[in-house]
Design a protein around this ligand. Structure first.
Ligand code: ZN
Length: 269
């Protein structure tokens, strides 16, 4: 998971979302707001709705590679996902900053699960069970990392050295940062789907091969536009976290130390 570049919505879509949100907020109590949030989102999140057409095309432009999911970077993103679930936070159902573009295998199991750090620092799972009353969740800071507002790689790292290609929390085990990384990895099953580390390992090989090709072509005298095409192709590969981590960890992995010494400019790609 890498940080997603910021992008603004077209003006008309922005004002329409604010208008949609006001309709939900105007309901007289929390249970009604939850109900209206679900109904209105279902009604408007359709291809025929031009506002959501704008939402989806802007989210698509923010995704890595060929419209890859903002969580797993592996499957195609096709679901407008709420970071704060709409059944817990109806006041965020039409808030642009709350939207991510995700794939079904990430969004499905995540569902309406959410947890927060409450005032005394302990963790409270605020997910509402089927038979629980529809009341507002206890206030607190979210555990789930938000790749549009923070860099997930400040909290976790990819184990390339050990060749597992699993995510591991980067911070001290007693810290909030550790808990946030752990919660995110587990909730989104970033390590729990066997094909994901396999795909990350394959991406590592693809990035390495592209970098080797670049070095060969550069040393053979290729011109700048030919080299830029190679760089652009590398940047479009899937699993951009792998490339980000190859750059960050290059001092620790001998073959990368060697490659980046030959092409230090690649540290900025
Ligand atoms: Zn996904």
């Amino acid at each position: 998971m890498i940080q997603i570049p910021a992008r603004e919505l077209p003006l008309e879509a922005r004002s329409a979302l604010r208008r949609y949100q006001r309709e939900v907020d105007a309901e007289p109590d929390f249970a009604r707001r939850v109900e209206t949030a679900a109904a209105k989102f279902r009604q408007r999140n359709r291809p025929s709705n031009v506002v959501f057409g704008g939402v989806r095309s802007t989210l698509t432009a923010m995704c890595a590679g060929a419209k890859r999911c903002m969580y797993c970077e592996d499957s195609a993103a096709d679901e407008v996902e709420h970071h704060r679930p709409k059944n817990l936070y109806p006041e965020h159902v039409f808030v642009w900053q709350n939207y991510l573009y995700a794939c079904g295998p990430c969004n499905g199991p995540k569902k309406n699960q959410y947890a927060v750090f409450v005032a005394d620092g302990s963790i409270v799972d605020v997910t509402r069970g089927y038979h629980q009353p529809v009341s507002p969740p206890v206030a607190g800071e979210p555990l789930l990392l938000h790749p549009r507002v923070e860099n997930p790689l400040d909290y976790m790292m990819l184990d390339i050295q050990g060749d597992t290609f699993l995510f591991v929390p980067a911070a001290d085990p007693q810290s909030r940062e550790f808990e946030r990384a752990k919660y995110t990895i587990e909730l989104l099953r970033l390590n729990g789907r066997d094909h994901l580390p396999v795909a990350r390992r394959e991406a590592y090989g693809s990035y390495r091969a592209r970098l080797v090709e670049y070095i060969h072509r550069r040393d053979a005298g290729a011109n700048a536009s030919a080299l830029n095409l190679l760089i652009d192709a590398l940047r479009r590969l899937q699993h951009p976290t792998v490339w980000s981590e190859m750059r960050r960890q290059h001092d620790l992995i001998p073959e990368l130390t060697h490659l980046f010494a030959s092409a230090p400019e690649a540290l900025n790609w």
